[in-house]
Design a protein around this ligand. Structure first.
Ligand SMILES: *Cc1c(COP(=O)(O)O)cnc(C)c1O
Length: 362
């Protein structure tokens, strides 16, 4: 049988290994100069024009970002249900209530109309997710937030380098979280980077990250240990030098797939949006699960479903809301390999397999 095409493939090279070795040899492993340099280089690389704070995971970044923005028990934060559970988890961990709103069919991201319809007197913020690497409708979402006096918290876990109207994601909200988990567009092993809108949120982030201390043993608030290590930061710094090339490759791979796939709905890109294709997600109108199984069994091609169970139906949340576009996306979504290590032959195999299966199923 032909070689397996994995749905994702983290790329770690000699440069990352050398950087880790350099930190290990220094004997200083915990948060230090590598983390500080990574924070500055990350902000500069993506043109964020804001300070960044590194933490040990994307989820802790969201959690600390919400705490730093004053979100607390009794508050409501509007989130999509069609996302990874970390989005709603981070809200719930502050004691606030995640309010699930529907997505738009055209970009899989929060619907501005649904956001506006979900605002109550308890709403303090909205957390759009730039799902799959496509920017949410930030121009409209920022306007709604301003009109209603609520904050915007960006979940940019999957969207390093994505832009809307030339503005990078991560430069819109009170804060934005980028995940550095191995399957994301770049990695530090585990880790998260949070861009912050102002000095107050930045200081709060740094306090919460480190047990509430700026000055050692003079704790100011109740905090956590969510620090990034210098080992992880060293990996992330090397990845920053490579992520631009990888993104361009993802975009080329996506262009080939979109030009050649038949029988499935290819991912749309909104006018003015730069999509960085963390995932290349098609819609399969009938029998998505059958198509995915046949891809694996007959063609040795991996794929993914992000996400088959909407968050409002997960055990910890269980809310009775009607989210038709969320339900449809959960049923139809199928992410095909788009990662930068695919060869032209791999891309052709994916197209042939999907087109044959979609035709047979039709
Ligand atoms: C990966 C991811 C997160 C969480 O990031 P971690 O680094 O895994 O904690 C949050 N939201 C979305 C949409 C993600 O894809």
């Amino acid at each position: 049988m032909t070689e397996f095409i994995p749905p994702a493939k983290p790329l770690i090279g000699d440069e990352e290994r050398a950087a880790v070795d350099r930190v290990l040899r220094s004997g200083m492993l915990a948060q230090g100069p590598e983390v500080k340099a990574f924070e500055e280089e990350f902000s500069a690389h993506f043109g964020l024009g804001r300070a960044c704070v590194a933490v040990n995971s994307g989820t802790s970044g969201q959690h600390l970002g919400l705490l730093s923005s004053g979100v607390k028990a009794g508050d409501e934060v509007i989130v999509p249900s069609f996302t990874f559970a970390a989005t709603a988890n981070s809200v719930a961990l502050t004691g606030a209530t995640p309010i699930f709103a529907d997505i738009d069919a055209d970009d899989f991201c929060l619907s501005p109309e649904a956001i506006e319809a979900s605002i109550t007197e308890r709403t303090v913020g909205v957390m759009p997710v730039h799902l799959y690497g496509h920017p949410a409708k930030m121009d409209r979402i920022m306007a709604i937030a301003e009109k209603h006096g609520i904050q915007v918290f960006e979940d940019a876990a999957q969207a390093h380098g994505a832009k809307l109207g030339g503005t990078p994601v991560g430069a819109f909200g009170t804060f934005a979280m980028f995940s550095l988990y191995p399957t994301k567009n770049m990695t530090s092993g585990e880790g998260g980077m949070v861009s912050v809108a102002n000095a107050e949120i930045e200081r709060n982030m740094r306090l919460y990250r480190n047990q509430g201390m700026e000055k050692q043993y003079h704790n100011e608030v109740v905090g956590l240990n969510n620090r990034m290590t210098d080992i992880h930061a060293a990996i992330g710094r090397v990845q920053l030098t490579k992520v631009g090339g990888w993104t361009a490759q993802r975009q080329q791979n996506a262009a080939f797939l979109s030009a050649n796939l038949e029988g499935v709905t290819v991912p749309p890109v909104a006018p003015g949006a730069e999509h960085v294709y963390h995932q290349y997600t098609v819609r399969v109108a009938s029998d998505r699960d059958g198509l995915a199984a046949a891809l694996r069994e007959e063609y040795n091609i991996g794929s993914g479903m992000f996400y088959p169970v909407p968050n409002h139906r997960l055990a910890p949340f269980q809310v009775d809301v009607d989210l038709p576009e969320t339900e449809r996306a959960a049923r139809e979504c199928l992410s095909l390999p788009v990662h930068p290590s695919l060869s032209q032959g791999d891309l052709e195999r994916i197209v042939e397999a999907v087109n044959a299966l979609a035709k047979a199923g039709a």
